[in-house]
Design a protein around this ligand. Structure first.
Ligand code: ZN
Length: 251
């Protein structure tokens, strides 16, 4: 074989291999139970929920370490981390499954990591959230909801779906401010009292709250909507729940 022809062949073989690799998904992506008949009409899956966290640590540097290493409590991560000065960091791509949610249940969603974007806010769990940090979060929420088509109501606290394990982002997080900017849910200021016979547990369940430990769920609900951590429902809670359920179209 002439030298030039041999060279051409040597160049062609890896090229063919490369083309072959492009035309087919990796072998492990195929289910052997079915014949592989690939379609080009697809894209990365998109999340449908945004989870707000507080780091409950002392600095962005400390949290960047925790969220990017195999720390003593096991490896954890989040898609984004926002500093108290508003600086945003992205640690995991939007289309990938970050490890921020852990166990829990929101409505029928039993694997929150699989369908959500996790946003950590640098906060020690006791301090107020600075305006710069919340302004920065609002910019990110606008981007995520617009770009990924996440419904603006679908923004929850970590504690909302894991009330027995988690408290973050805590009762100082300004959910009312988020609602004023069009994110999350908030009761109408002029909502009437709940009707007679109104079932608050059914309302909590409709909103997505798990009812495995009712006292823990009420504490999570109070942190978010009342700025307290008590665990007994009152008539104001019923009024709030009735308004939220009405907005959600559940009644
Ligand atoms: Zn959290």
């Amino acid at each position: 074989m002439p030298k030039s022809k041999l060279l051409k062949l040597m160049l062609a073989v890896p090229l063919l291999a490369l083309l072959g690799a492009c035309a087919h998904a990796p072998e492990e992506a195929h289910n052997p139970l079915a014949r592989w008949a690939p379609s080009p009409n697809h894209e990365a899956r998109r999340p449908i929920l945004i989870v707000i966290h507080a780091t409950e640590q002392n600095s962005v540097a400390e949290s960047l370490e925790t969220l990017r290493t195999e720390n003593s409590g096991g490896p954890v991560s989040a898609h984004y981390l926002i500093g108290r000065d508003g600086e945003r960091y992205q640690l995991v791509a939007d289309e990938l499954r970050a490890w921020h949610a852990g166990g829990g249940r929101w409505g029928t969603i039993t694997d929150v990591n699989n369908v959500s974007i996790g946003i950590e806010l640098d906060n020690d769990g006791r301090s107020e959230f600075p305006a710069e940090q919340i302004d920065s979060l609002l910019v990110l929420l606008e981007d995520l909801c617009t770009r990924l088509y996440i419904p603006r109501t679908q923004i929850v606290a970590h504690a909302d779906f894991a009330p027995t394990r988690k408290q973050d982002p805590g009762m100082r997080f300004p959910w009312r401010r988020l609602a004023q900017a069009g994110f999350g849910i908030w009761p109408a200021a002029d909502a009437p009292p709940a009707p007679d016979g109104f079932d608050p547990w059914n309302a909590l369940r409709l909103l997505g709250y798990p009812l495995v430990d009712r006292a823990a769920t009420v504490r999570a609900f109070h942190r978010r909507f009342r700025g307290t951590e008590t665990d007994v429902l009152d008539t104001e809670d019923l009024r709030i729940l009735a308004s939220l359920v009405q907005q959600a179209g559940g009644e």
